[in-house]
Design a protein around this ligand. Structure first.
Ligand code: HEC
Length: 253
């Protein structure tokens, strides 16, 4: 357990009612740091504010809530709210994304940053179809603008901005060969044409058929979620870009 600054510790211990979700001393301390954000943000599911809802923000792709009008700068930033990016953002958001609409906040103390992140994590996961769609659109944009040589390594790179908790980008060529997979980069180059899911469905063949016929679509299958290490129902949205099939899937927990 890290040491709490005396001022925070005092408030944490004097607080009679625990803030929603917070259970450890760090999370409680984080709820106090969050007071600086509350004028504009809520972390409770579904609550709107002047700033975007922060429920499940740790690991979420930036600017991926369909109900919030983000600045063009944040939408174009291609970042995922990893802990490192969140730290940099709360220390100096206008340096991370010049042109953002969020007013400058300066949570520069490393311990306070840790508490805040621990607190935000208690609000859980929010990876779903909207976040998958945002990642797919960004991946398609990246492939079109930068080409395969730059795009595929970025999809495989944990810091490339295309891996958001259990969401990641995969790419096949039209013969079913893996060109990238953020979920497991070692698959790159391997032949997956005859890959079947846990229930025997020929999923890559199905993706190739959809790509050839309609250019884009969705495929449902049973797949290992590497984040919780369970086989779960997964829905992948795929889109053909030239001779490649780009996909992002989300899990039903
Ligand atoms: C004065 C209002 C205000 C305050 C205070 C504020 N924010 Fe924000 N925040 C915003 C706005 C507005 C945006 C949208 C920025 C954009 O679209 O460029 C935003 C965006 C964000 C995002 C990006 C979310 C997403 O969906 O991509 C995060 C993360 C965030 N704020 C965290 C914080 C934290 C943590 C604090 C407190 C330390 C804080 N903010 C304080 C207004 C605020």
């Amino acid at each position: 357990m890290k040491r709490l600054p005396a001022a925070l510790l005092g408030t944490a211990l004097l607080t009679a009612a625990l803030p929603a979700g917070a259970a450890t001393v760090e999370e409680i301390a984080g709820s106090h740091v969050f007071e600086r954000c509350k004028a504009c943000h809520s972390a409770e599911s579904g609550k709107q504010g002047f700033g975007p809802n922060l429920h499940g923000v740790v690991g979420r792709p930036a600017a991926s809530l369909p109900t919030f009008m983000y600045s063009e700068a944040l939408k174009a930033a291609n970042i995922v709210w990893t802990e490192d990016n969140l730290r940099a953002w709360i220390a100096g958001n206008d340096k991370v994304v010049p042109g953002t609409r969020m007013r400058h906040v300066a949570v520069t103390d490393r311990a306070e940053q840790d508490y805040l992140i621990a607190y935000l994590k208690t609000f859980g996961d929010s990876m779903g179809p909207e976040q998958a769609r945002v990642l797919l659109e960004r991946a398609v944009g990246k492939l079109r603008s930068d080409g395969p040589d730059k795009a595929f390594p970025a999809f495989n790179d944990p810091k490339g901005g295309f891996i958001a908790r259990d969401l990641y980008v995969f790419v096949f060529d039209m013969n079913g060969r893996y060109m990238a997979s953020g979920g497991n980069p070692r698959l790159t180059g391997s032949d997956a044409a005859n890959l079947h899911d846990a229930e025997g469905k020929a999923i890559v063949r199905e993706m190739i058929n959809i790509a050839n016929a309609a250019g884009k679509g969705e495929v449902d299958y049973m797949w290992l979620n590497r984040v919780d290490n369970r086989v779960e129902k997964k829905r992948s949205m795929i889109q053909r870009v030239g001779d490649h099939i780009v996909g992002v899937g989300y899990y039903f927990h």
